[in-house]
Design a protein around this ligand. Structure first.
Ligand code: FAD
Length: 286
């Protein structure tokens, strides 16, 4: 059965990796070690998140610049509409283009104050970027719905607006309920979304740490999941193996359902993502 299961993986899988700007010198070292380790796997692109608050965009950009300088990777900054107005966003986009950035992950960003109506949505940012230059644009998709959306159909049509505004692909919020992604992919087709909805894979090694974060999303955590990590709070090694196993099952099932592109939320760590890529048949290249 194992033979059948592993040989079923198609040999044309492609990947992308996501990183975030680190907060400490130790995490900075971890990030660059991870990029060095993962770079030979030749991902389609690597992206670097952007947090709200002054100074963080510079940090995103600094990492992007260094990736461009030190590696052959295609680096895509995330850009949000929070704490920048239209004119500033146009300038940022122009600066990015001038510095060789060709791919942007365009997001609205999380609102600092959820009672305020945002000045812009991600679809507006996509249109703005399209006006500035011929960027390759990725946007976010939510298989289980975005928490602010009044209903799933509204959110689905919002994704369509982003694609119609000129986005080239969507990257999904992470999920653990595979059916929810597959149903969402089908629903995208029914409203005429014809770009790829790349599943965002979050290999979970520290369930307890992420548990609080899950509550802020609409992501359904199946009942088997906390059980898998039960009693492993002080056993990092086993947690990693369990996390790798869950993520591996996930990508195998998705691959069987025709998914060829995967986006890994690396959390700046290489090991699990490397192992998953290896199992998917991806080998380091010079
Ligand atoms: P939008 O597509 O604009 O949607 C936001 C909400 O508004 C949805 O509920 C939508 O249905 C609703 N909406 C859209 N248009 C309208 C309208 N006209 N009227 C009323 N409601 C409307 N956050 C960061 O801060 N930095 C990052 O780097 C980052 N990276 C991410 C990467 C991925 C792959 C994903 C999935 C998310 C990421 N996020 C990031 C989180 C994201 O910014 C938040 O989820 C944010 O709340 C929504 O962003 P969006 O681009 O999906 O917004």
């Amino acid at each position: 059965a194992l033979n059948r299961s592993l040989s079923e993986i198609s040999n044309d899988v492609q990947v992308s990796f996501e990183f975030f700007p680190p907060n400490t010198p130790e995490m900075e070292t971890t990030l660059w070690n991870s990029i060095e380790r993962l770079a030979p796997l030749k991902p389609n692109f690597v992206s670097v998140t952007y947090g709200a608050g002054s100074g963080t965009r510079d940090r995103t950009h600094d990492i992007i610049k260094r990736i461009q300088q030190d590696t052959a990777l295609l680096a895509a900054p995330h850009l949000t509409c929070i704490d920048a107005n239209r004119d500033e966003l146009v300038q940022i986009a122009k600066d990015y283009w001038a510095s060789g950035v060709r791919h942007i992950v365009a997001l609205r960003g999380d609102l600092p104050n959820s009672d305020e109506k945002p000045a812009m949505y991600a679809s507006d940012l996509v249109a703005l970027l399209r006006d500035v230059a011929d960027f390759d644009i990725s946007v976010a998709a939510y298989p289980e719905g975005h928490p602010e959306a009044p209903n799933p159909q509204f959110d689905l049509l919002n994704l369509k607006r982003k694609i119609d505004a000129g986005a080239n692909r969507a990257i999904s919020q992470f999920f653990f309920d595979i059916e929810s992604y597959l149903r969402f992919r089908d629903r995208c087709v029914t409203v005429g979304i014809d770009v790829e909805i790349i599943p965002g894979i979050l290999p979970v090694t520290n369930y307890k740490m992420l548990e609080r974060f899950f509550g802020l999303t609409n992501v359904h955590v199946p009942s088997w999941m906390p059980k898998m990590y039960e009693g492993l709070e002080d056993d990092e090694m086993t947690r990693r193996m369990v996390g790798a196993n869950i993520a591996m099952e996930q990508v195998k099932v998705l691959n069987r359902e025709g998914v060829k592109n995967f986006h890994f939320y690396t959390l700046n760590r290489a090991e699990l993502t490397y192992a998953l890529c290896h199992t998917l048949g991806i080998r380091p290249q010079k």
